[in-house]
Design a protein around this ligand. Sequence first.
Ligand code: MF3
Ligand code: CO
Length: 256
Amino acid sequence: MIIFKSPEEIEHIRKASQLTAATLTELAKLVKPGVSTLELDQFAEEYIRSHGGIPSCIGYYGYPATICASVNHEVVHGIPSASRILKDGDVISIDLVSSIDGYHGDSAITVPVGEVKPKVYELLKVTEECLFKGIEQAVAGNHVGDISHAVQSHAERHRYGVVRDFVGHGLGKNMHEDPQIPNYGTKGKGPELRPGMVICIEPMITMGTHKVRVLEDNWTAVTMDRKPAAHFEHTVAITEHGTEILTLRDTPRLIQ
Ligand code: MF3
Ligand code: CO
């Protein structure tokens, strides 16, 4: 069931989304060789709480941290750890959800650590482009499949893999609501997009196979071929006045 949001509810989601965005902006500045993913997590928790928010992921199905920190071949849901030290040439996907007044805001970025190989940089660039191609299709009257198709065709044009096992979603008082927003699909199919819908579009794109598996920690999803992956996500509101990216950062594109 899709839960439609009033302008007042969207204002709450906007507040949470802006806190999520600001936290990601600060986290991106901290990403450097020698930093542990736990240090990033601790910074994020402190930043969110000191700005009046609550980290949404802590305790969600038992998840133990504020951020998901997924390095290189880890696709999503990597658990922050003191022993996971970033090194030059890595990429780290940081996925973050915070809430204010009971409403969430969800966004993710993949950040290069120091100097990365041009091929890896290209993966990040194309994945961020996929996100914006998807957002362009997120307009009232279109269908979910228009978003899915835009993301998939841009990724596959570059011969990348499109992860199937995880999808985007609606968001509001719950972190995950209907509808699902797959990153693969057919134009014109799926639910119609209508004013009052708030959705999270989150392409997860890989340099090789799209197949993933979940590690023994029951969270970390990795590519089957251990090739790198990238993940970018925004929370987007579809309104009478057009589509608004609620988690937009001050510098909208991470990868230039
Ligand atoms: N943004 C992530 C998602 O949409 C949220 C993960 S929080 C976790 O899947 F608790 F599930 F890790
Ligand atoms: Co999400």
